[in-house]
Ligand binder design. Structure first.
Ligand code: HEC
Ligand code: HEC
Length: 79
């Protein structure tokens, strides 16, 4: 039931199946945008995600899909 609701919400946001929310543009995430802009690769940047969104500090939701390559599913909020 919850899965259906999540899928519905995701679809209605128009981001497509299996995609998470966009990476927020805030003080914590802005350095990552800057890093990518200045030529850091996506893979290197994803390693940084894990320093905060690891098992210790900010755990991912229990039903989170396999979690390599964050940026495939969590798109940057491009302006
Ligand atoms: C410096 C620590 C830090 C780093 C690095 C970091 N995050 Fe976060 N992230 C947070 C915190 C804290 C929150 C919850 C509060 C907020 O929205 O800022 C969050 C929230 C999120 C959310 C949920 C936004 C929402 O609308 O609920 C997503 C998705 C996310 N981060 C993805 C990423 C991805 C992908 C990366 C790597 C590119 C990343 N984060 C790197 C600290 C970090
Ligand atoms: C296969 C696609 C996929 C990948 C790869 C992925 N995520 Fe997610 N992520 C999702 C989906 C879908 C959700 C929403 C799931 C839910 O509601 O439980 C989510 C939820 C989250 C949330 C909770 C905020 C929210 O949207 O409710 C954070 C934080 C997050 N992901 C961070 C990351 C980080 C950091 C990585 C890389 C280590 C990553 N994700 C890789 C699909 C993905």
């Amino acid at each position: 039931m919850a899965g259906v609701a999540v899928l519905f919400g995701v679809l209605s946001l128009g981001s497509g199946r299996g995609k998470g929310k966009n990476v927020p543009v805030d003080d914590r995430h802005r350095p990552l945008y800057d890093a990518l802009k200045s030529g850091r690769t996506q893979t290197e940047t994803e390693l940084v995600c894990a320093t905060c969104h690891g098992s210790s500090s900010i755990p991912l939701p229990k039903n989170h899909p396999p979690k390599e390559q964050c940026l495939i599913c969590h798109l940057l909020s491009v302006k």
